[in-house]
Design a protein around this ligand. Structure first.
Ligand code: NAD
Ligand code: ZN
Length: 231
């Protein structure tokens, strides 16, 4: 298993033009979370919810990976067995920059998923056809996104990955959804990169804290990872 975990949140994709969740001025301010990404909203607000994710797919189609995604892809290509990439993001910008085996904790926007048997299929950046049903069981289909209040089956793999982790780098996550401080306490090196302090993170448990844009911080982070792996 990988010694290095690169854990990211919405902040790493901000410079690709995808709004973060909580930063002011973001897309999310225009929507009420409980109406489009909370458990149950597919039953009482189905069309608006599907429409919201159709728009996110269209937006993703015109977004491009940024320098931070690209440098992480290069690092992983150099040390394929040592680098695990785990993200809360549902975009495919890591994959598009060449990263392999990206663990998406909260789903994957280019996919839709059967509500009954959980089989996924890829629709890329297109609209979800409302009349289509699951090829395996004819169940109804939904965005492959983990809504608030729903189980997140991939968390199990996060815990597994953290068991072997010696070096943790967190890029662009406020810590409000997934709390990583406790993991940071138990690794040899923990680096945190955000734009600013977050009330949900205790920065004292990190070896190094970098308050800069991800594209400006990534070279330092990659350098630290390489020095760690070459020791
Ligand atoms: P968040 O919005 O709560 O926090 C974003 C963090 O990124 C903040 O700490 C902020 O300081 C930092 N940040 C903003 N711009 C940055 C930049 N250019 N460089 C470095 N850091 C920057 O995000 P979260 O912690 O990921 O939690 C939000 C939830 O929303 C997640 O569950 C995620 O799945 C979802 N989400 C995903 C996307 C996406 O897939 N691109 C976008 C929005 C929200
Ligand atoms: Zn099915």
């Amino acid at each position: 298993m990988a010694k290095v975990v690169i854990f990211s949140g919405a902040g790493i994709s901000a410079e690709s033009g995808l709004s973060t969740f909580r930063d002011s001025g973001g897309l999310w301010e225009q929507y009420k979370i409980e109406e489009i990404c909370q458990s149950g909203c597919l039953s009482w607000n189905r069309e608006n919810t599907l429409d919201f994710y159709d728009k996110r797919r269209a937006q993703l189609n015109s977004a491009k990976p940024n320098y931070a995604h690209e440098q992480i892809a290069k690092l992983q290509a150099k040390y394929p067995n040592d680098i695990a990439i785990i993200t809360q993001n549902v975009d495919d910008l890591f994959e598009r920059s060449g990263c392999k085996k990206v663990l998406h904790l909260h789903g994957f926007l280019p996919n839709i998923r059967c509500e009954k048997c959980a089989t996924t299929q890829t629709i890329g950046y297109t609209k979800q056809e409302r009349t289509f049903t699951c090829k395996a069981c004819k169940g109804s289909l939904r965005p492959d996104i983990v809504f608030f209040g729903e189980p997140a089956p991939m968390y199990e793999h996060l815990y597994e990955a953290m068991e072997d982790c010696e070096f943790l780098a967190i890029i662009g996550s406020s810590g409000n959804v997934v709390a990583m401080d406790n993991f940071a306490l138990h690794v040899k090196v923990a680096i945190l990169n955000n734009l600013e302090k977050s009330d949900a993170i205790n920065e004292r448990v990190y070896t190094k804290v970098i308050y800069k844009k991800a594209t400006e911080a990534v070279d330092e982070i990659v350098g630290d990872v390489e020095r760690f792996l070459q020791k």
